[in-house]
Design a protein around this ligand. Structure first.
Ligand SMILES: Nc1ncnc2c1ncn2[C@@H]1O[C@H](COP(=O)(O)OP(=O)(O)O)[C@@H](O)[C@H]1O
Ligand SMILES: N[C@@H](CCOP(=O)(O)O)C(=O)O
Length: 318
């Protein structure tokens, strides 16, 4: 459960007084999610999501996240629309935390998924990149190579305790990925965390993409590589059909250059390191009995095993 901050009735009343969307009829904590506190808010004007920013989110980055969502919603991409407070700002404070209210998106995230979902994600990711083309704000990706190293290196002994031999394998991954990391590929604003629990579907149609709180400026093909990791494995096995469906749907909207295709193996290995890094950190720092369940770092250790032996873009379905 991810409700790190409990709001009193007076907190909610003080919050709503800053907006023009009516009083709160209900304000219920949402169990899902791991990073921030989320409440489902109902007012006479409809349903909204109230997010209180916790943990890894830096307050100075919030205008970038709001700008990305605003731009996408304005371009009819199904992202949450930030709601402006009476002050004109999309950001307020509640219970001492920075907070925002965004529009509520219909749909549910798929608990099981297939090639059709992967194609829908490839298509949506490319449309998102196109809609964000020329977006003027930037935010460096703090969870790129230097960030993974900072998180993983002090925790190699914990990795070794999880699986003997893992410390040496991951140290080699870090070195090899750094040496081969491409720098000349197309860049722009990316989502950087488009996992199944951040994609809503109604039936087999994608109805919404949420959780832009890792969004940053980085290689567009890296965003695709993160999605290949998140959506295209069936357990420890990479599912070539799903990979092919996702990459083809992406390229139908935004064609991939030869350089982007060739870089997919190292980008996918790097993306796996990125999620291994935060999971390993959360695994060792989440207190026993906490209300949030940390995600398993070994799932990403298994994915790294695939990436180590993959040689070519064709191994990913490109
Ligand atoms: N705009 C939205 N519309 C509908 N539900 C949302 C929206 N944003 C978040 N949620 C709900 O809150 C949950 C957690 O959101 P998420 O952004 O993934 O949290 P966290 O950043 O803490 O991981 C989602 O699984 C979903 O149920
Ligand atoms: N997608 C990440 C964890 C981030 O959680 P989210 O709830 O903010 O999507 C992972 O799976 O490690």
């Amino acid at each position: 459960m991810a409700v790190y901050t409990t709001l009193s009735d007076s907190d909610v009343a003080a919050l709503m007084a800053q907006y023009d969307i009516g009083n709160a009829v209900t304000c219920e904590g949402i169990a899902e999610g791991v990073e921030n506190t989320n409440y489902k808010l109902t007012t006479p004007q409809g349903r909204f999501i109230l997010t209180l920013f916790e943990k890894r989110v830096s307050e100075t980055d919030l205008p970038f996240f709001m700008g990305v969502m605003e731009r996408l919603a304005a371009r009819r991409f199904p992202a949450p629309m930030p709601i402006a407070a009476r002050s004109g700002s999309h950001l307020v404070r509640v219970a001492g935390k920075p907070a925002a209210i965004v529009s509520f998106l219909d749909g549910v995230w798929p608990r099981v998924w297939n090639g059709a979902h992967c194609a829908a994600i490839g298509d949506a990711l490319a449309r998102m990149h196109v809609a964000l083309d020329g977006f003027e704000q930037t935010r460096a990706n703090r969870l790129s190579i230097d960030g993974w190293e900072t998180l993983i290196k002090p925790r190699l002994s914990e990795a070794e305790a999880l699986r003997p031999g893992l410390a040496a394998e991951v140290a080699r991954d870090l070195a090899e990925v750094r040496a081969a990391w491409p720098s000349q590929l197309p860049r722009g604003a990316i989502h950087a965390d488009l996992f199944p629990d951040n994609a809503f579907f109604v039936g087999d149609q994608l109805s919404g993409v949420i959780d832009f709180y890792f969004a940053c400026t980085d290689l567009l093909a890296y965003d695709l590589a993160a999605c290949l990791n998140a959506w295209c494995f069936d357990g420890v096995r990479y599912d070539l059909e799903r990979g092919r469906a996702m990459i083809q749907a992406y390229a139908n909207v935004r064609p991939l250059s030869a350089g982007e295709r060739a870089a997919l193996p190292v980008l996918a290995r790097g993306a796996a390191l990125r999620f291994f890094a935060t999971r390993l950190t959360d695994w060792s720092t989440t207190p026993e009995g906490a209300t949030v369940t940390p995600k398993d770092p070994l799932e990403y250790a298994d994915k790294l095993r695939f990436h180590r032996q993959a040689q070519r873009a064709a191994d990913y379905g490109a």
